[in-house]
Design a protein around this ligand. Structure first.
Ligand code: 3HC
Ligand code: NAI
Length: 703
């Protein structure tokens, strides 16, 4: 028998085990092996029922993502055909779902008439995260099993359901007492089915999943959800497929699903999202770190500073059961910080995302102190005090004195030199930057800033810890602003300059959100606070002293007390949540343009796109050349997870590759000429970009 499956017949049962580690991805060779095994069981008179399981415990993570976009994806037997064949067998099939069944893995289980899970089983259809829809019967069989509404929720969120809710929904028929007993209980289930002469139980051929729902349910669903989908294709295709499930007989619905799936698979959005999937796995591969790198145990964490960031950072650890001590200078500030954390958890309780009991459990893990001596046994300390070098160095001198040997000392600085902070300690090898993003308990990005002397085990431990607390850790070298904020600078500079040249904040933001970015530059500044931005900029003015004219707009708004949403006025005027361009800002831009001798003119949307995006891309390429970022795809992850760049565009580096690197270079060269002195100063193509184009490369990589 094919080595990709195990096959045993015992006691009238055929046990077929998927054996393609690590996750039994259903690539063509495994599909062929499953088909062969099932046909063998079908023709063996001694076999009365079939149990399909994961030979190594885990059932299946679905279709092989690396096959998409190639002929292998639909090479015979393709997944829909294989699953159709399973539903035609006249012997009952039991899927024993160990650990997880995702995407095509769940579709495989749905093609079996019966399903048993274990207490830790997770099932889901996460195809949406890859810009796809379930393409092997999931959109037709799941709604028939659990109803259109629940199936839509599952497919559109992509989130897996735990064992209990899968049982309640009816996706699972049974749960085993433990993971160890899953296969035995699956066998017993199959024997019962045989004894009871149970039918194979394929999905119903007729459409019925919308039963009990209002007639206009799908139309209303589309109307309510379209705005949030922006230009994403996959959710719309999921809905079309479910519509087919509600209206068409199974056979026609399955055919419709295949057509929609092929459309999604060929889309640029799905290609970009597949790039992101592999980028996330690649980000964990760091030269000099491998499985042999010993990790330091992290059992206790301390956070210095219980302000906006410190509180959020602390929550991450309490959420995964790790005790955290928060240290502040004054009891009152500490109490305020802890109260804020409780309030944040209370919001989650109100939204039904957390139980009262869990809230109390988490709060019990959070302690406060004013005394550094209490940090002596912390394994990881994260500093989140004011953004001032002297203050941070002071804190690190103290930490060096009180912390145990081997403790990892991290700073959450967003711009300061981690090496200078490390230098005041006697243990720079244990110092690292952990740059969380605000709100720190929510945002997925974690820039892990490797100092000159940071040791591989400190880096490896913090990367692992980052994943444990649910973050997407990306390694950055030390430079002003690290990867994300350094790229933000030229991008936001262009936005400001364009307003001086004649665009309005709403026009600039409109072009950016038109690309599906979460927010434009100016609405982001108004949300974060024009004052906060001013203070950060002011303390770093020396870094761009040769020309800070483009900052004048923000400086003047600050002077006018227009701090953004919190004062009702900033780059925009606000009425409640509505914002609009404000004549005062336009007049201010006109005046400043006059003072700075900038000619105002109508600005096209294309120019806004090219100037903001090309400068963002150019800086990213420069960061790669400097070795601050390890790879282009890491930069994509930073902008997707920290700055609201749409994942379905693949991140700024991937986006540039799709636009064409020659086009990006030509655009930068054009503005260098067209924008006079300003262009000369700022539109300098990154040397790596020039080298890549000269070498005819389509991908951004070190050269
Ligand atoms: N296809 C190909 N490779 C896969 C894969 C898949 N479906 N799922 C995981 N892998 C690979 C990863 O790339 C990784 O490879 P690497 O070690 O070479 O980097 C390895 O398996 C282990 O994966 P992770 O590092 O992600 O391991 P975790 O334990 O953290 O997570 C997981 C495991 C939860 C299964 C996670 O990998 C995951 O979410 N996988 C994707 C699941 C998914 O999206 N399935 C739907 C596929 S599309 C589909 O089925 C279409 C169908 O409807 C026709
Ligand atoms: P914050 O002002 O809200 O909180 C800072 C806290 O540190 C205050 O509660 C203060 O009392 C405390 N503190 C100051 N000096 C201290 C000391 N010597 N010992 C103990 N506690 C001390 O500031 P925020 O926004 O939380 O920023 C903290 C750090 O995080 C800064 O380095 C900032 O650059 C960085 N950061 C901030 C982000 C944001 O969006 N706010 C995003 C990413 C990083």
């Amino acid at each position: 028998m094919n080595a990709l499956v195990t096959y045993q017949v015992e006691d009238n049962l055929a046990l077929i085990g998927l054996a393609r580690p690590p996750v039994n991805a259903l690539g063509q060779p495994l599909r062929a092996a499953v088909l062969e095994a099932c046909e063998r069981a079908a023709t063996d008179m001694a076999v009365k029922a079939i149990v399909l399981h994961g030979a190594n415990g885990l059932f299946s993570a679905g279709a092989d993502i690396s096959e998409f976009g190639s002929d292998a994806s639909f090479a015979a037997p393709d997944l829909p055909a294989l699953l159709l064949r399973l539903t035609q067998l006249d012997k009952p099939l039991v899927a024993a779902i160990g650990k997880l069944a995702l995407g095509g893995g769940l579709e495989l289980a749905l093609a079996c008439g019966y399903r048993i899970g274990e207490p830790g089983t997770r099932v889901g259809l996460p195809e949406i995260n890859l810009g796809l829809l379930p393409g092997a019967g999931g959109t037709q069989r799941l709604p028939r099993l659990i109803g259109a509404q629940a199936a839509l929720d599952m497919m559109l969120s992509g989130a897996p359901a735990g064992a209990d809710s899968a049982l309640t929904l009816g996706i699972l028929d049974r749960l085993s007492a433990s993971a160890d007993s899953l296969l035995d209980e699956a066998r017993a289930f199959a024997h019962e089915l045989v004894a009871n002469r149970a039918p194979a139980r394929p999905a119903a051929p007729f459409p019925a999943p919308a039963e009990g729902l209002p007639e206009d349910f799908l139309a209303r669903f589309r109307q309510d959800n379209e705005p949030r989908w922006k230009s994403r294709l996959a959710p719309r295709l999921v809905l079309s497929a479910v519509e087919a499930a509600c209206l068409l007989p199974l056979e026609e619905g399955l055919a419709r699903e295949v057509a929609l799936f092929k459309q999604a698979e060929a889309s640029s959005q799905s290609q970009a999202l597949r790039h992101v999937f592999f980028a996330e796995r690649e980000a964990g591969r760091i030269p000099g770190i491998d499985g042999a790198t010993l990790l330091r145990p992290i059992r206790k964490v301390a956070v210095i500073g219980a302000g906006t960031m410190g509180g959020g950072i602390a929550m991450n650890f309490a959420n995964v059961g790790i005790p955290v001590t928060l240290l502040e200078r004054q009891g009152e500030v500490l109490d305020r910080g802890l109260t804020q954390i409780r309030k944040n958890y209370e919001i989650s309780v109100k939204r039904g995302k957390l139980t009262e009991a869990k809230l109390e459990q988490r709060m019990a893990l959070l302690g406060g102190t004013l005394d550094y001596a209490d940090l002596a046994d912390a394994d990881l300390v994260i500093e989140a005090v004011f953004e001032k070098m002297e203050i941070k160095q002071d804190v690190f001198r103290t930490l060096d004195r009180v912390c145990k040997p081997g403790a990892i000392l991290a700073t959450n600085t967003s711009s300061l030199d981690v090496d200078q902070i490390a230098a005041v300690t006697s243990r720079p090898q244990d110092v690292i930057g952990l740059h969380f993003f605000s709100p720190a308990n929510v945002m997925r990005l974690l820039e892990v800033v490797r100092g000159r002397k940071t040791t591989p085990d400190v880096l490896a431990t913090t990367l692992k810890m980052g994943r444990i607390i649910g973050k997407m850790p990306v390694v950055s070298g030390v430079c002003f602003g690290f990867i994300g904020n350094r790229m933000l600078e030229p991008y936001s500079r262009e936005a400001h300059r364009l307003v001086l040249e004649g665009a309005t904040p709403a026009q600039v933001d409109g072009v950016l959100t038109g690309l599906d970015l979460n927010m434009g530059v100016f609405s982001m500044l108004d949300l974060a606070g024009v004052d906060v931005n001013f203070l950060v900029r002011d303390s770093n003015r020396a870094a761009f002293a040769h020309d800070d004219s483009y900052c004048r707009l923000g400086d003047e708004l600050y002077a006018l007390g227009r701090y953004g949403q919190k004062t009702g006025r900033g780059f925009y005027a606000y009425e409640g949540r509505n914002r609009q361009d404000d004549y005062e800002v336009v007049a201010l831009a006109e005046r400043l343009a006059g003072e700075l001798h900038i000619a105002r003119r109508p600005i096209s949307d294309q120019e806004i796109h090219d100037r903001c995006l090309f400068m963002l891309i150019n800086e990213g390429i420069q960061l790669l050349d400097e070795g601050i970022a390890l790879r282009a795809s890491d930069i994509d992850l930073v902008w997707i997870n920290g700055y609201g760049f749409p994942a379905h565009l693949g991140g700024p580096m991937y986006y540039a590759e799709q636009l064409g690197l020659d086009k990006v270079l030509a655009g930068i060269s054009h503005f260098r000429q067209a924008l006079g002195e300003y262009g000369e100063m700022w539109f300098q193509p990154a040397p790596l970009l020039e080298r890549l184009v000269a070498a005819g490369k389509q991908r951004i990589e070190p050269l």
